[in-house]
Design a protein around this ligand. Structure first.
Ligand SMILES: [Zn+2]
Length: 394
């Protein structure tokens, strides 16, 4: 295919206000050559579309290696029974695991996703990532159930995964803590030493379930009883008297670039504390997974009121029906319809690109970039609704 000229009813460039009848001229690898007025071109040379053109989607939180668990875990159980269930399925046949990973990678590409922040505990996804057209940032995730004496051996085990994670060209990697309820201070220190500086992009699951906040508030809730069942001891555990995000903030390197993931229980004062800690904080929401596991959504209004940079993730096929950022947008539009479409598009594209340090390349429709292009349909009020569709054009 040679040069293409694409013109949709509207174009969300993420640079300026929404443009009508803009002609996007692209070369054969998808690089944008020019943005023109419709009248500057012979209509016969243009492909016209009804709907809105948006940049390629960024999935800021996924667990590609859990793709084989699609449909295996019940919905609505709450986070802790969910984790127990996931652990019980971890010894599936490797051929089944590998095939599910390849299929999920392809489905994300077909769904218009161009970059993914992906959590890994094992090296299973690395071969697929090396071959994929999608940009992957592999977050090699570590956790020791808050057991200080286990930190070193836990770190050594995951460091082997980190060492073989793809990190060349269209791939990046970093070592990351799993969650404030599962990473000891010792392990945080080892992770910090490996990452060395605050520019390293890290990610952490945050404030996903009431027990997590309660653990750091007063040491009560379901987490210590559950982990004790695995044989761990919490005799010396000292709560902070504050929500779990405050433990994480006290353990990161100063001013670190952090993706906080889920945030279903995060309140304005937590967001403000994180903003004070660093100007590189990103708030990744996975609404379909939140509905699947805990049957609740974050309070998006408090994030918007705090000028937080919200981005979107699918989480894994263990807790979702598909890996589609567009379906995440539709879910927010359905349950929290006050979020304007222009904002949702930004969450799904530019903000995710910023979260992964890719804002110079992805998330904006502009000359010289190769952001990927998706066509979405909106209702007569210009909003997403249940019948909206998304088609990958480039
Ligand atoms: Zn996750």
């Amino acid at each position: 295919m040679s040069i293409q000229k694409i013109c949709a009813t509207q174009t969300y460039t993420n640079l300026s206000e929404v443009r009508n009848d803009l002609v996007v001229v692209i070369d054969e690898d998808g690089t944008i050559l020019s943005l023109d007025n419709k009248d500057d071109h012979d209509p016969a040379s243009i492909r016209f579309f009804q709907g809105a053109l948006v940049p390629g989607y960024v999935n800021a939180h996924c667990h590609l290696e859990l793709s084989h668990m699609y449909g295996k875990v019940n919905t609505g159980t709450g986070l802790l029974p969910f984790i127990e269930s996931v652990v019980s399925f971890r010894d599936t046949d490797q051929i089944v695991i590998d095939e599910a990973i390849r299929k999920a990678d392809k489905s994300m590409w077909d769904n218009g996703i161009v970059a993914v922040g992906d959590i890994c505990n094992k090296p299973d996804t690395f071969e697929t990532k090396r071959l994929s057209p999608i940009y992957y940032h592999s977050f090699v995730e570590m956790f020791d159930f808050l057991q200080e004496p286990l930190a070193r051996e836990t770190y050594d085990r995951y460091k082997e995964v980190y060492d073989v994670a793809p990190a060349d060209g269209w791939n990046a990697r970093s070592a990351v803590p799993h969650a404030p309820y599962s990473v000891s201070k010792n392990l945080f220190q080892l992770i910090n030493q490996l990452n060395q500086n605050s520019d390293t992009i890290i990610s952490i699951h945050n404030q996903e379930t009431p027990s997590e906040n309660q653990l750091w508030q007063d040491g009560r809730g379901d987490i210590i009883p559950l982990f004790s069942k695995f044989g761990f001891s919490y005799d010396g555990f000292k709560p902070l008297g504050k929500g779990s995000i405050h433990y994480a903030l006290s353990q990161f390197l100063p001013g670190q670039h952090v993706l906080f993931v889920h945030n279903t229980l995060t309140e304005s004062h937590d967001i403000e504390a994180a903003h004070e800690y660093s100007d590189q904080t990103f708030w990744v929401s996975c609404p379909n997974a939140n509905l699947y596991i805990e049957n609740r959504l974050p309070d998006y209004k408090s994030f918007m009121d705090s000028d937080a940079t919200v981005c979107l993730g699918t989480d894994s096929l263990t807790s979702n029906w598909q890996l589609s950022i567009f379906e995440e947008m539709k879910t927010i539009a359905r349950f929290q319809s006050y979020v304007p479409t222009v904002e949702l598009v930004k969450w799904a594209t530019l903000n995710g690109a910023k979260a992964l340090g890719l804002e110079d390349q992805l998330g904006i429709i502009d000359v010289g970039r190769r952001p990927g292009l998706n066509l979405i349909t909106l209702n007569k009020d210009g909003q997403l609704d249940h019948s909206s569709t998304s088609t990958k054009l480039v």
